[in-house]
Unconditional design. Structure first.
Length: 327
């Protein structure tokens, strides 16, 4: 019989991480460990208040299906009995890891994927005053891809201008975190295009993004808070050019693989993102990030420390995870 344990861990952030919805100095993650016949599989998730999740509720949801997991619940059986979200992600990834360890086959082979290669990740600059963001950009100017958190205020253009001054050669992504109004999108995009911005994430609140239908925007738009699982992709294809795939939103690697395939069929390009978390959460995301147009898996780079056997970074280049970590 399997044994399952659920733990809550706190990992300090290097400084603070600030977006339009608030600031935090530590990342609280939920980890799932499943043991069977001497083998151990692990998964990690970040409950996210924006989606109505709390650490307490996510832990409770995992414990609710603990007996079924102990009795041998499979990944395919997991999805109908557990709601999509962070908790299901941790369980799903732990089951993938357990199978890989017990069979002696890496997850990428189990999933019929190409062997993972090193990836260049974006590096996130927290929301701040323009001068502070300029200095942060200078400190990160050698990184090829920077992602800026914006605030939905009149200072956003000044923030982007300051970052461009600090990092003149970096490709820039801006993340509005649902902070703009419909009338802002085209004027803001026209201004941002002057600074060579390559992508705008989630400009409008998810419930208001129908206003983007038919819009001809000078910068591609990417759905984040609007993009979760398979059922919404057809609608998104008429509003955005990219979707940001995050395992905590899809509820695990299993559905994320299907989401990527479905999005490609609808001519949506792929960004793979993450919450602020350790390398244990990044390792499965790296598998779906192979071939993605943009990769944003910098969670461990934002932490003061990472877990043992963490992913090795050479600047913004992230190397494939070791089997001792996951997969």
């Amino acid at each position: 019989m399997r044994e399952i344990s659920v733990d809550v861990e706190t990992w300090p952030i290097a400084g603070a991480f600030t977006i339009s919805r608030g600031s935090k100095t530590e990342a609280e993650v939920v980890t799932v460990t499943i043991r069977e016949n001497g083998f151990t599989g692990r998964g990690e998730c970040v409950p996210y208040g924006r989606y109505g999740e709390t650490v307490k509720d996510v832990v409770a949801s995992i414990k609710t299906i603990g007996r079924a997991i102990s009795d041998g619940l499979t990944r395919d059986e997991l999805h109908p009995v557990m709601t999509r979200g962070a908790g299901r992600n941790a369980v799903d990834c732990a089951l993938w890891d357990l199978e890989a360890k017990s069979r002696g086959i890496p997850v990428w082979k189990l999933a019929s994927l190409p062997e993972p290669q090193a990836l260049t990740t974006a590096y996130t600059l927290s929301l701040g005053e323009p001068d502070a963001m300029r200095e942060a950009a200078r400190a990160a100017a050698a990184r090829p891809l920077l992602k800026l958190k914006l605030g939905g205020s009149g200072d956003d253009i000044a923030r982007v201008a300051a970052v461009r001054e600090g990092a003149p050669n970096a490709t820039l992504i801006v993340d509005a975190n649902e902070g703009w109004k419909a009338d802002d999108v085209l004027p803001m995009a026209a201004e941002l295009a002057k600074f060579g911005v390559a992508l705008i994430e989630q400009p409008l609140p998810a419930k208001e993004d129908e206003a983007l239908r038919g819009l001809t925007c000078p910068i591609p738009l990417c759905a984040d808070e609007s993009a979760h699982g398979l059922e919404g992709i057809t609608r998104l294809a008429g509003l955005y050019q990219y979707i940001n795939v995050k395992l905590d939103k899809t509820g695990g690697l299993t559905e994320a693989l299907s989401v990527v395939r479905c999005a490609r069929r609808r001519n949506l390009k792929i960004m793979v993102g993450c919450m602020v978390a350790t390398s244990l959460a990044m390792a499965p995301a790296m598998l779906i990030a192979q071939g993605a147009e943009f990769v944003d898996l910098d969670g461990p780079l934002l932490l003061a420390k990472d877990r043992e056997h963490g992913i090795r970074f050479e600047g913004s280049l992230m190397l494939p995870a070791e089997g001792a970590l996951w997969g």
